[in-house]
Design a protein around this ligand. Structure first.
Ligand SMILES: NC(=O)c1ccc[n+]([C@@H]2O[C@H](COP(=O)([O-])OP(=O)(O)OC[C@H]3O[C@@H](n4cnc5c(N)ncnc54)[C@H](OP(=O)(O)O)[C@@H]3O)[C@@H](O)[C@H]2O)c1
Length: 428
């Protein structure tokens, strides 16, 4: 049988998943692809560390040269996290003429242009299915299955940690802090969850998807991002009352003048399929002009789901299929540069909650200020006042320019109609 020797750099969570699948299910791959994929060398900083499972017959070493200088290894699985060292290791592999399979979205979103240019110069490929949405084959869907489509919208729940926290806040009626602590206890959130909860991780993934769907030249810095750390239980309860659920959505939308890009907590109507993607699951909603709407749902992280995506790329490279795609198709770092629209030009429906004193004229004042800024209302709800006369007015607006919406809210808050700064979110 055709044998392919591969190398692995970085034997952490996902690396462990790769080893487990190859050790336990190598026969399935051999049957299905007629290829014997063998992990020949593993480069790790701690070769002596005891592991649950070690790859039979593989060299375990801390010397990167063991992979770089081995002419038999043509494909390297790169699972080093972060950006700087990770990019150096990736570049060393490309310079040595190796194809690279990586799950590292931060490295690609921040420095992918230089790495893809290097790969092109060296005549090798970078495969990155595992970098977005773990086990969900969304990159293959955009690149292959939907290739005949102009993609008009990508909307995704791309971070399982955030989705778990928001789901638990709603289900258990608990605060953001309590849900985060629970997620950390269960291993769904890191000890330092900043990059997940502040939207950075989701922005990295959106930058990668947007480059495939819309063209090159989409820096991650162009993606407006808000995290979930300011979402309160009251926001979630209010959204529910208005027939919606708050999700951290990554949105890339094609408009006449360019692409809208953002990551933000967003109200999703309960009858939209993304509203049912709960717990630590990821979901990606794609709108193609020919195929229409497609929803992909699955495990967005974890050792085995991510390793599943890594090995799909390995097989694609081992059979030679991916090299053809990488050479011929203009995606990620090539193709037409996309224009990213500024935030002020975004058009979106919105939710806003005004804290007010329950007295005549307040509701009319709010409605007329919104209307003066061209913001029209879809629905309005006023809660019972508490014994001190405090209440909330909640509104859902029709789609409007974000700049007008912001000006209207600032104007309402500055005229004394509200007792606290108003809370607002976009609505999908
Ligand atoms: N975990 C997931 O569910 C998931 C999902 C999608 C994508 N990813 C991405 O996949 C990559 C790997 O994630 P992971 O969860 O497997 O991470 P991890 O458990 O932290 O393991 C990463 C491994 O990389 C190696 N490493 C770390 N710092 C290094 C350095 N400075 N120099 C050389 N090697 C270094 C270490 O391997 P050794 O101990 O062997 O040296 C470490 O165990 C990351 O980019 C991550 O964002 C992860």
């Amino acid at each position: 049988m055709d044998r392919r020797a591969i190398g692995l750099i970085g034997w952490g969570t996902v690396g462990g998943g790769v080893v487990e699948i190859l050790e336990q299910d190598g026969a399935l791959l051999r049957d299905r692809c007629g290829l014997d994929v063998q992990l020949k060398t593993v480069v790790t900083r701690s070769p002596g560390r005891a592991r649950e499972r070690t790859p039979k017959g593989a060299l375990i070493t801390d010397r990167l040269a063991a992979i770089l200088d081995d002419p038999e290894i043509a494909i390297v699985i790169h699972l080093v996290p972060g950006t700087t060292v990770a990019a150096e290791v990736c570049a060393a592999c490309l310079n040595a003429g190796k194809h690279v399979v990586t799950a590292n979205k931060a490295m690609l979103a921040e420095g992918g242009d230089a790495l893809f240019a290097l790969a092109a110069r060296k005549g090798v490929a970078i495969a990155f299915e595992a970098s977005v949405a773990g086990g969900i084959p969304v990159i293959a869907a955009l690149r292959d299955g939907l290739v005949a489509n102009r993609i008009d919208l990508i909307s995704g729940i791309l971070n399982g940690t955030c989705n778990y926290i928001l789901t638990r806040m709603e289900a258990a009626g608990i605060s953001y802090g309590e849900a985060l602590a629970e997620a950390q206890q269960l291993g769904y959130a890191e000890r330092d969850p900043t990059l997940d909860v502040d939207g950075t991780d989701t922005a990295h993934k959106l930058a990668i998807l947007a480059r495939i769907a819309f063209g090159s030249g989409i820096p991650v810095s162009a993606i407006r991002r808000e995290g979930i750390d300011r979402v309160t239980y009251q926001d979630i309860a209010s959204a529910k009352l208005l027939g919606s659920r708050i999700k951290l959505l990554a949105i890339a939308k094609r408009r006449a003048g360019g692409i809208e890009l953002r990551v933000a907590p967003t109200l999703v109507p309960l009858d939209h399929p993304l509203a049912s993607v709960n717990k630590n699951y990821n979901g990606v909603f794609l709108r193609g002009h020919a195929a229409g709407d497609t929803l992909l749902v699955g495990q967005g992280a974890g050792a085995l789901p991510t390793a599943s995506a890594v090995l799909a790329d390995v097989i694609d490279l081992a059979t030679g299929r991916y090299q053809m795609t990488a050479q011929r198709f203009r995606f990620f770092a090539s193709g037409t540069p996309a224009t990213v629209l500024p935030e002020s030009e975004e058009v979106t429906a919105g939710y806003v909650r005004f804290a007010v004193n329950d007295r005549p004229g307040v509701l009319a004042g709010i409605a007329s200020t919104l209307s003066n800024h061209g913001v029209s209302l879809l629905s309005l709800h006023q809660s019972e006042a508490d014994p001190t006369g405090q209440t909330c007015i909640e509104a859902i607006t029709h789609p409007h320019q974000r700049a007008s919406f912001r000006q209207a809210i600032a104007s309402i808050d500055s005229t004394g109609l509200t007792t606290r700064p108003s809370i607002c979110f976009g609505r999908f």
